[in-house]
Ligand binder design. Structure first.
Ligand SMILES: *Cc1c(COP(=O)(O)O)cnc(C)c1O
Length: 423
């Protein structure tokens, strides 16, 4: 997209002209033993801590110390409706309406809760379709759902596979599967951005195809939220789930997001697991009443949520709100494009990028296959101060995150990789 040039000068120039460059200073950048900043390209696994997070959490700790139980209503940010303070920002971030999102539980737990409602197997239509290289947790979750409903977890699972010798998935192949097996498939559940290849799928296209064949369609957007523009509402998907500790910088194990399309918001006939937090807010504390279903995604909550985790998410969402996904997306394309440009200089005999080269089919992550090597290369890269991650058998995943990574980060990473390869 841009006319990239080689050399450190050019990286410095890109940083100087980067309108988002100051955001890096709003994050804690991990350092090595000697106090030098590491090159952190692992936001796809655990996002960095915004400096403001501490004060958001401290506010809640103080209110808890000073107010005890009264904090539910008297805290500066009252805990009873605390999750509502996140709703609008979260909705904007994933391209949804406020009634369609809620922040609750953890990712895999939410996937199960969504399947309670949206995996509705019958004797003839009970299969689940996932991508063959789905994230393990997702695969285990759908297998256990099949077993839970009394089906065989091998026979009931249909895999969308890459062709031999390829890594990326083709829509033609999905269309073929749907033509042949669509009538047996109850649920299509795909990772919106594949964790391994970084392939960003066309959610709308997949949903349309699934619906055409009478299936319900959901997405795991763990690698999409905060990374790419998901436009969940327009995708027409039935549901989506994501976590907040990757691109959403909300801390290890922080709680997760859920999207349920508006058309299901008032449907009281959907099967679901419920708790007191799925009950009508106005009457929640009257206790001895008949259950009264809360509309929208909020109606899938069970418990009162962990406020300290919500505070961290709120701190992060405030940054996203300030910057907006549009500017982030613009930098993402330029930064990852630059990374790709530099990597390609290493030569096709040395490395191959398995992530799609089309900007519309990826986020910031590039999955780099290094030929004729093993994990030792990755260990050396880590020793040199580059934090990325390794997936067997030969792939290094690197995610230059537009919020806090610089063009110089990317430049230095490739220089260090080159030095190690030349040893
Ligand atoms: C990170 C990730 C998970 C992790 O699940 P948790 O329940 O948060 O531990 C699951 N699925 C996908 C696709 C992921 O990327």
């Amino acid at each position: 997209m841009s006319n990239y040039k080689l050399g450190l000068d050019f990286a410095e120039e890109l940083d100087q002209n980067d309108e988002l460059s100051s955001y890096r200073y709003q994050f804690h950048i991990p350092k090595d033993k000697n106090g030098n900043e590491l090159i952190y390209l692992c936001g796809n696994s655990l996002g960095l801590q915004p400096k403001r997070t501490k004060s958001y959490i401290n506010q809640e700790l103080e209110d808890w110390a000073n107010l005890g139980v009264e904090g539910h209503t008297e805290a500066k940010n009252p805990w009873l409706p605390y999750h509502e303070f996140l709703t609008e920002s979260m909705a904007k971030l994933v391209g949804a309406k406020p009634i369609e999102v809620v922040t609750m539980n953890t990712l895999t737990a939410n996937l199960h809760f969504m399947m309670v409602s949206f995996y509705k197997p019958t004797e003839t239509r009970y299969k689940i379709l996932i991508e063959s290289d789905a994230f393990p947790s997702d695969k285990y979750a759908v297998e256990s759902q099949l077993r839970h409903h009394g089906f065989d977890d091998k026979e009931g699972l249909i895999l969308w596979k890459p062709r031999t010798g390829e890594e990326l998935l083709r829509y033609e192949d999905l269309e073929t599967i749907m033509e042949e097996n669509g009538h047996e498939i109850a649920l299509v559940m795909i990772g919106g951005v594949n964790y391994y290849t970084g392939q960003f799928f066309d959610l709308k296209r997949i949903t349309k195809l699934g619906h055409k064949h009478g299936c319900l369609v959901g997405f795991d957007c763990a690698h999409g939220a905060g990374n790419v523009e998901l436009n969940l509402h327009d995708s027409e998907a039935d549901f989506a789930v994501w976590c907040t500790y990757k691109y959403l910088n909300s801390g290890p194990g922080s709680i997760a997001g859920v999207f349920v399309h508006e058309r299901h918001a008032y449907n009281k006939t959907l099967n679901r697991f419920t708790g007191w937090w799925s009950h009508n807010k106005e009457a929640r504390f009257n206790m001895r009443q008949e259950f009264d279903q809360l509309p929208g995604a909020e109606g899938w909550q069970l418990s009162n949520p962990p406020i300290l985790s919500l505070a961290a998410i709120r701190a992060s969402l405030d940054i996203f709100n300030e910057v907006g996904m549009e500017k982030l997306n613009k930098k993402l394309k330029k930064l990852t494009g630059y990374f790709e440009f530099l990597l390609k200089q290493l030569g096709e005999d040395t490395i191959r990028i398995i992530t799609p080269s089309n900007y519309e089919e990826r986020g910031c992550q590039l999955s780099i296959q290094v030929k004729n090597t093993d994990k030792k290369l990755f260990d050396k890269l880590t020793e040199s101060g580059v934090i990325s991650d390794w997936r067997e058998p030969d792939v290094i995943r690197c995610a230059p995150v537009p919020l806090y990574n610089s063009y110089q980060d990317v430049y230095k990473m490739v220089e260090r990789l080159k030095a190690i390869l030349n040893e």
